[in-house]
Design a protein around this ligand. Structure first.
Ligand code: C5P
Length: 306
């Protein structure tokens, strides 16, 4: 095992987006415990930044309002990404990673997955390893079902357990409000509740033609009518108070409301940017959420900042 080859930069910062699932169709449990999905990811303009700096070993720090909720040990997906990339190139994972966190933690917006994708790209640039895109995506898929998407950004259909991506065309901007909740929801627990509610007999998942057409057309009204999340009943079953959050957003004029991924963040689609600001203010005043943030989509995938 060798040290990483020298490159001119002593640190690299990557910006990486959150996601919302505009369709999350979930099948029955597979023999490996995962579920086949038709998972339509849309990247949204809430970002974490991951900075990789030369160091004598692997170190991890985090800043931001939710930093205290982020594990800083070897279980952190960003640290695991650095270790995995180093092993791929027979290098030591000598890097200090700093996550500047703005994506809600354990919120169903794939913030931990975004940090892993960001760490991979940042380490690859810092170490000068020039890993081909296909190999980076394969490492992402090993790290977690949601990790490949933030590398790609835009919109994509995720099949298999969500890791097999096909990019999708998006014809315009969509404006969202995200209402965060106190405390996360465990993704495995939400899938278990989904299995309990469906008796393990959910139909095979398939992408919605109406939804793909609405994305392609950039038509917010059509997208609102087609949004769906099969995990929402399970998230609501585990956290019934989310119903009040969803109702507060639709009462404030959202075109549609849904739980984001496995929750507990709730996503509201607005007609335009001004409507999103009004819905966010109403949600913040409603007492049904911790924070309400506006964000536009689609957003670009992970990229090295100049
Ligand atoms: O792939 P990832 O590590 O993000 O998955 C976290 C957990 O979510 C899995 O352990 C599994 O319980 C559940 N999951 C699933 N089916 C998927 C994706 C995730 O059951 N397609």
């Amino acid at each position: 095992m060798t040290s990483a080859p020298a490159t001119p930069a002593d640190h690299v910062t990557v910006r990486v987006p959150a996601k919302v699932n505009v369709q999350l169709a979930v099948g029955p449990p597979r023999p490996d415990g995962f579920h086949d999905l038709a998972n339509v990811f849309l990247a949204v303009g809430l970002y974490d930044e991951v900075t990789a700096t030369r160091a004598g070993g692997l170190e991890l720090t985090c800043s931001g309002p939710d930093a205290s909720l982020v594990p800083l040990d070897g279980s952190n997906l960003a640290a695991r990404a650095a270790v995995r990339l180093a092993a791929h190139h027979n290098l030591r994972p000598d890097v200090r990673l700093h996550i500047s966190k703005d994506i809600p933690v354990a919120g169903g917006m794939a913030g931990g997955s975004a940090d892993a994708a960001g760490a991979l790209l940042a380490c690859d640039a810092l170490w000068g390893t020039a890993t081909p895109r296909e190999e980076l995506l394969a490492i992402c898929a090993e790290l977690g079902s949601d990790v490949p998407f933030p590398l790609v950004g835009g919109a994509a259909l995720g099949e298999g357990r969500g890791e097999r991506l096909t990019p999708l065309p998006v014809g315009g901007a969509f404006h969202w409000v995200f209402a965060t909740a106190d405390g996360g929801l465990s993704t495995p627990a939400v899938y278990r509740e989904f299995d309990r509610l469906t008796g393990g007999r959910a139909p095979e998942p398939a992408p919605s033609a109406e939804l793909l057409a609405a994305l392609d057309a950039g038509d917010a009204t059509a997208l609102a009518a087609a949004l769906s999340n099969d995990l929402q009943p399970a998230a609501l079953s585990l956290r019934p108070s989310l119903r009040e959050t969803l109702d507060a957003g639709t009462g404030a004029g959202a075109l549609a409301a849904l739980v984001s991924g496995s929750g507990p963040t709730c996503a509201f689609l607005a007609a335009d940017a001004d409507a999103a600001e009004l819905i966010a203010k109403a949600l913040a005043a409603s007492g049904t959420c911790r924070t309400a943030r506006v964000a536009a989509s689609p957003a670009r995938g992970a990229e090295v900042l100049p």
